[in-house]
Design a protein around this ligand. Structure first.
Ligand code: SAH
Length: 235
């Protein structure tokens, strides 16, 4: 059932999955459901809903990422979304899963080694790591879903993206105002919106957006600021 939902949905999105991917998605969903009983990883309760609203939603991002995935960091990955879903579909991509909550990263570290999909799992705050040399301007692509409003998210993400790379924010279809409000932040941080891609999550009719922010100039050194400033004095 789960495997049928994902296979059909991937096809509808025009995405070819590697061998063994469906089984891995099944195991990922089982692990999410089991972990959810212990600690709150996701609000989604049935495996069928998780297949659509987590896995297929994340796969919708792949068309915006394109064939040359390169190095990708998932900022505020939570239970591994979209990062783990992307890694299963594109095993050759180098994926870093970042979250501020240590126990979520422990869960992901165990899960990804069990599934044989090696990811770099990092516990830490994006606004702190973005100031460190190992993370600053190191990724071809940053991705994020359901972490913060776009202006805040750009200050967390763009510092980690290489000049010439991109930040892809997964957003709801009704995000016009949020995008408008983020324009100043994007420009200040060295970015430029190069497009907005849309898709429907197969089997749900839910419209989704990927806001594509290109990094066209280095981020000024004073960003990212501390969390209180990032959220209270949004750029
Ligand atoms: N992307 C996942 C989880 C969303 S919940 C999904 O779509 O299901 C938001 C997650 O972002 C939480 O796990 C939280 O710990 C993390 N987070 C929030 N602010 C963060 C920050 N500044 N740095 C790193 N992670 C952060």
């Amino acid at each position: 059932m789960i495997e049928d939902i994902i296979a059909g949905g991937a096809k509808a999105l025009g995405i070819a999955l590697p061998e063994g991917a469906l089984e891995k998605y099944g195991q990922f969903i089982d692990a999410l459901m089991a972990a959810n009983r212990e600690f709150n990883l996701t609000a989604i309760e049935t495996p069928e809903d998780a297949a659509r609203l987590h896995i297929l939603d994340s796969l919708g991002l792949l068309n915006a990422i394109g064939k040359e995935a390169g190095s990708i960091i998932d900022i505020g990955t939570g239970g591994g979304l979209p990062g783990v879903a992307l890694k299963i579909a594109r095993p050759e991509a180098k994926i870093t899963l970042l979250d501020a909550t240590e126990k979520k990263i422990e869960f992901l570290s165990e899960l990804t080694s069990k599934l044989g999909i090696p990811c770099i799992c990092v516990a830490g705050r994006a606004e702190e790591l973005g100031r460190k040399r190992e993370f600053r301007e190191k990724y071809d692509c940053a991705v994020s879903r359901a972490v913060a409003r776009l202006a805040v998210l750009c200050e967390l993400s763009l510092p980690m993206v290489k000049v010439g790379g991109r930040f892809l924010a997964m957003k709801a279809a009704d995000s016009d105002r949020e995008i408008e409000e983020a324009k100043n932040a994007i420009e200040t941080l060295g970015g430029k919106i190069s497009g907005i891609e849309t898709y429907n999550i197969p089997g749900t009719g839910i419209p989704r957006r990927v806001v594509v922010v290109e990094k066209i100039a280095p981020t000024p050194e004073k960003y990212p600021r501390r969390w209180a400033a990032v959220t209270k004095r949004t750029l």
